[in-house]
Design a protein around this ligand. Structure first.
Ligand code: OGA
Ligand code: MN
Length: 282
């Protein structure tokens, strides 16, 4: 089949017409991969996917990450991470981002080999709010003033999962903290497939620029963050149940918008790792 993709926001976001992901053949997967390199965000509508189908579909794009927040994984399919404020029969919250965690972030920017893609499927939604915003960090990089590009060229930044969790009072275990020490990555990430450059920093998890005095580092980060969330770079996805969004996690950051915590929201995520042959996934 020839895949049809409707542009939603320039070459940043495209909506794919694809009725049943269980039926897709290898040729369609190739077309989807191409579309995903052309658009950093692909929207799929009307999905009827159980967890097994989501895992099987996601695995056609690469190996999947098992998230360190193991308490929020599906028991049957640990490749699935719940993003939810819902509680199980014992009163335990079943997912991540259950409360006010609205910080912009890249998934797993705090790991040595961060994911290149995430696929999130909406199951239960609040009546209002709870959209997800995405920022085009490739375009944000390309449009930076030349002088700023020169300042950040070759520099690294410190990424901290701990900073995100402490900012939003998210409880983590000692083991999880040990598994996710702060880490340095280049500020400009080169996409492993397309070669396009993107700003690889985010307000929620990037705490410093290596080699700059603290005040200069803070000022430059704040300037870059304000730049990247300008409306021209941002797309906000208002979910319908059955929507799936595949985002390029090497060149887009995202955040969940607020919603009434008395309402229920359940999303299921799979996270796609860089190709194994890349020794350094940058
Ligand atoms: C995620 C995430 C945001 C949302 O799944 O990684 O940040 O809106 N989700 O659920
Ligand atoms: Mn996320």
């Amino acid at each position: 089949m020839a895949l049809s993709v409707q542009p939603i926001k320039g070459s940043f976001v495209g909506e794919v017409e694809l009725p049943d992901l269980r039926q897709i053949d290898d040729a369609t997967v190739v077309e989807l991969r191409q579309a995903w390199n052309q658009y950093q965000i692909l929207i799929l509508r009307g999905l009827k996917m159980d967890e097994g189908a989501q895992v099987a579909f996601s695995q056609r794009f690469g190996d999947l990450e098992i998230h360190v927040r193991t308490e929020y994984l599906s028991r049957e399919h640990p490749e699935i991470l719940y993003v939810s404020n819902m509680k199980d029969e014992t009163g335990r919250t079943i997912g991540i981002l259950s409360d006010g965690e609205v910080g912009w972030h890249y998934d797993q920017i705090y790991l040595p080999g961060p994911a290149v893609g995430s696929f999130l499927v909406a199951h239960t939604l609040p009546k209002e709010g709870g959209a997800t915003s995405f920022a085009d960090m490739s375009l944000a990089y390309e449009k930076l003033p030349h002088a700023t590009k020169e300042i950040i060229e070759g520099r690294k930044a410190v990424q901290s999962y701990e900073a995100f969790n402490s900012a939003y009072s998210v409880p983590t275990s000692g083991k999880q903290r040990k598994q996710t020490p702060d880490i340095e990555h280049p500020i400009v990430r080169t996409h492993p497939v397309t070669g396009r450059k993107a700003l690889y920093i985010c307000p929620g998890m990037t705490i410093a620029i290596v080699g700059l005095p603290e005040d200069e580092s803070r000022a430059l980060l704040d300037e870059l963050f304000a730049w990247t969330v300008r409306p021209e770079f941002v797309y906000t996805h208002k979910w319908r149940a059955g929507d799936g969004v595949m985002w390029d996690n090497a060149s887009t950051m995202h955040r969940r918008e607020p919603f009434d915590v008395n309402e229920q929201r359940l999303m299921k995520r799979t996270t796609i790792l860089p190709p194994a042959e890349l020794a350094v996934p940058f």
